[in-house]
Write a protein that binds this ligand. Sequence first.
Ligand code: PLP
Length: 345
Amino acid sequence: MLTVEYDPLNGWNSPEIKPYGPLSLDPASTCFHYCPCVFEGMKAYMGPNGEPRLFRPELNLARLLRSAKRATLPDFDPDAVLALLKRLIAVEARWIPDKPCHSLYIRPTIIGTRPSIGVAPTDDYGMLYIILNPSAPFFLPGVGKPLSFLAVEDRVRAWPGGTGAYKMGGNYAPAFESQKEANRRGYDQNLWLIGENRQICEAGLMNFLVVVKREDGDVDVMTPELDGTILPGVTRQSILELADAHTAGRTTLPGLSPTMKIHTHERLLTMPEVRQWNADGTLLEVLACGTASIVVPLARVGFEGEDVVFKKYEDGYGPVGKALWQRLVDIQEGRFEWEGWSVPC
Ligand SMILES: *Cc1c(COP(=O)(O)O)cnc(C)c1O
């Protein structure tokens, strides 16, 4: 693991790469009481020549900085942290499993460590640490089982003016009870909604997307807009950019016809609307995306006492989901060069 401490006298101290192990912290540390804790989720992938690679790491570090500012944690230089991260991954590259679609999960975390019970900002004492964990693929075509989600109808994950757009520890514990309830009722995760119109926010810890057939024969890909209640996912952004590049003729996504147009929309999306498209037969694919899962298909959503069951495909994915999954994996593992997204360490 890598650790760097921040204190008012020295600012950021010297970083250290050392064996994984417990931290020793004052029990009054602010992170234990008021939750100044922000984190990132990234992965290192093994490239074709045995060189470890990161995927668009600058986007994660920019988001970490936004989260840290929102929690009044110490400021940092994202380029300096990227240099540390590359060094850590280069040192620990042997932990990236040498198997297809496996990776090394990376968890950069910043906590407030001011040893004081006083309820006050903690931009004077903090610690940044990065821990790593080998990880297996979450979902593979033909192998994985599409996920089922239980819509949460009595609680919200995030709200306008809240912190849903930041990867802050405090956003996650309040969701555990609903997660447990979903599991107890046979669902994998929760679909988070907000408002009277049952607007869709996120699918568990993933962003939500639908693929809908258009009258002109093209398809629409729609995902909730970044209105402050949505975590701005790197995978979400990459999917929208890849779909746009396909439609503009700048690339052809695997398995899709170059003439097929995918129109992307970031917009308000409600659960009754999705249910209606499903009933009409225009709803082609329902997907969730994030670093851990890349892209996964949804099988059903429990909503207002009934299951909305989506179209099934042979290997789990519909054509758009499969194309996006394949292209993302090829870029991440360094087999397909695309706009410098894959960064060697
Ligand atoms: C991390 C996260 C995502 C996915 O973001 P990526 O950058 O694609 O990994 C989506 N929703 C929530 C709530 C998250 O915490």
